[in-house]
Design a protein around this ligand. Structure first.
Ligand SMILES: [Zn+2]
Ligand SMILES: [Zn+2]
Length: 291
């Protein structure tokens, strides 16, 4: 029924930080142009990509929500493989090939270099000369087109990015107290005010979800069923309090290995559960393929 360009999201890993069964966070965002971007790049991303039949050379860009190993530990390999290796039609970055794009909040980018710097700082040119590397030698690091002033965090509240075929707002959320961590609001093709939303790792912010709901087709939200003092994830008992019109748009992801024992209860309330291999049409909010 649907017509026009679409945007899809293919879940590679749907598990929480310590998941063994569902894999760490990484999803493939396919744009109407055909470009494929990754949302986060956790420690298991290299194997997840392989299983999905993709190579690093198939990835046009990378989005990073925050710097935790289950979201960024695959990035070093991405950077090095693209920098040093060529495939037919796509030369290595060191030989003049295009750098993959990278978009993240500036506060997140600064932390990202703390993780990647000890590896990426040491690089060699195509002639084998050793030179000092920066993030920009490996990635086309995008600059935000606009910035919102600070809210509760000491860093800027939100940054907007626009590149060919992709417009998004990267917004501060509360994950681990004081740590830069962001959600992603994707502008959908066609109707410019419609969104698809990705939480990154965040506690439930019912006010924000409610504010976005009328123009958002689908919300992907990290979740946990285990409460503890200083909660850093979306707690299921907080999701339960949301009104039905919100619950039915929410796909619970970044879940624990024991998620199946909660499936019935979650689905009865209208929630969907993300699984590796699932493909969602972001424009309709519907799942196209079950993993
Ligand atoms: Zn995480
Ligand atoms: Zn995290």
């Amino acid at each position: 029924m649907s017509s026009g360009p679409s945007m899809t999201l293919h879940v590679l890993g749907s598990g929480a930080a310590f998941s063994r069964r569902y894999g760490t966070t990484c999803s493939v965002l396919s744009l109407p142009s055909g470009e494929r971007w990754l949302i986060d790049c956790g420690r298991q991303a290299p194997e997840q990509l392989l299983h999905a039949g993709m190579r690093w050379h198939d990835v046009a860009g990378q989005l990073i929500t925050h710097v935790h190993g289950d979201h960024v530990f695959g990035l070093e390999e991405f950077a090095f493989v693209r920098y040093y290796t060529s495939v037919p039609g796509l030369p290595a970055v060191m030989k003049g090939g295009p750098r993959p794009r990278l978009a993240a909040h500036s506060a997140v980018l600064a932390e990202l270099w703390e993780v990647l710097g000890p590896s990426l700082r040491y690089r060699s040119t195509a002639k084998g000369e050793p030179v000092t590397g920066t993030l920009a030698d490996y990635f086309d690091v995008l600059s935000p087109s606009s910035v919102e002033p600070p809210a509760q965090a000491s860093w800027n509240h939100a940054e907007a990015f626009h590149v060919a075929g992709l417009s998004l707002v990267v917004r501060e959320t509360r994950h681990v107290y004081g740590k830069p961590s962001t959600s992603l609001e994707f502008a959908l093709p066609g109707e410019s005010s419609r969104l698809a939303w990705w939480s990154g790792d965040a506690v439930v912010d019912a006010d924000l979800l409610e504010r976005l709901e009328s123009r958002t087709t689908i919300f992907f939200h990290d979740c946990t069923f285990v409460d503890f003092p200083g909660q850093v994830h979306g707690l299921f008992s907080d999701f339960e309090k949301l009104p039905p019109h919100l619950r039915k748009k929410i796909v619970l992801m970044h879940h624990d290995d024991g998620i199946e024992q909660h499936r019935e209860r979650a689905q009865a309330l209208g929630f969907r559960l993300a699984m590796p291999g699932d493909v969602y049409d972001l424009c309709s909010g519907q799942r196209l393929r079950e993993g």
